[in-house]
Unconditional design. Structure first.
Length: 276
């Protein structure tokens, strides 16, 4: 006997099943319409209707009980402010399950639409679907290819222009060479003579500069070099001065020694007198 074995396990553990139903309830109350499998829709129906009966109480305790199940505060606010007043005169049966007759891809399970009664009057707002990764990659590749084609087209346009400019420059150079008159031999000889004269002038100037630099240097050397007699006199003077200085130092030392000796004798004499 299958007593006290209500509800479906949905091939999930108890914790997984409770978490799944909580998320399904929050999404269902937020969007008021969900497409899911038939067994999930049948399990979701009592869960959602209990939340609406809690919303009818309008007490703090009921709000906290709803928050323990619903995952979003905004959805709880919608439940107590919009959905509960909508079903104030209705005593149950707030939801409707409609079999779609379609099958899910992969496992071919039956699909059903569960919605709030009265939500069919307000058409649901379709949110834009997020693009898949494959589509995004394809778009990026297409953009890259377009950019490469543009750059290649620019290069292909620029290359003939460059070649044409180079050809024009070469033609101009050739024309300039052809247009230049051939110089006569006399003109070349005259130019050579002028160049030789200029070189001679520059050589003369350089020679003068070198001579002018050498003369003051020689004068300075001559002035700096003293005559040999003067050198001898200077050396002798230095020697005499050194001797005098040495003699003076020796005399000063001798005078100091004599003074010290005298002072010592006087001290000894005084000491002897005191003893007597």
């Amino acid at each position: 006997m299958r007593h006290r074995k209500a509800h479906r396990k949905l091939n999930r553990t108890s914790s997984h099943r409770k978490a799944m139903l909580r998320t399904m309830v929050t999404e269902f109350l937020e969007k008021e319409r969900i497409i899911t499998t038939v067994p999930k829709a049948k399990e979701l129906r009592p869960f959602a209707e209990k939340m609406i009966t809690l919303g009818k109480r309008e007490t703090l305790h009921a709000r906290r009980q709803a928050l323990s199940v619903i995952r979003s505060k905004d959805v709880v606010h919608k439940l107590f402010e919009e959905l509960a007043p909508r079903f104030a005169d209705r005593k149950g049966g707030y939801t409707r399950i409609v079999r779609l007759g379609a099958h899910r891809k992969g496992d071919a399970s039956d699909l059903a639409l569960i919605e709030l009664v009265g939500s069919e009057l307000e058409p649901p707002v379709e949110e834009p679907k997020a693009e898949s990764k494959a589509k995004k990659k394809a778009k990026k590749k297409a953009k890259k290819k377009a950019a490469e084609k543009k750059s290649e087209a620019k290069d292909s346009k620029a290359k003939p222009k460059k070649k044409a400019a180079e050809k024009k420059a070469a033609e101009k150079k050739a024309q300039a060479k052809d247009e230049k008159p051939k110089k006569s031999k006399k003109a070349t000889a005259a130019k050579a003579e002028k160049e030789e004269k200029a070189e001679a002038k520059t050589e003369k100037k350089d020679a003068k500069k070198k001579e002018s630099k050498k003369e003051p240097a020689a004068k300075k050397k001559a002035e700096s070099k003293p005559e040999p007699k003067e050198k001898k006199a200077k050396v002798e003077k230095k020697a005499k001065d050194e001797k005098k200085a040495k003699d003076d130092k020796a005399e000063a030392k001798a005078g100091k020694d004599e003074k010290k000796a005298k002072a010592e004798k006087d001290e000894k004499a005084e000491e002897e007198k005191d003893k007597k």
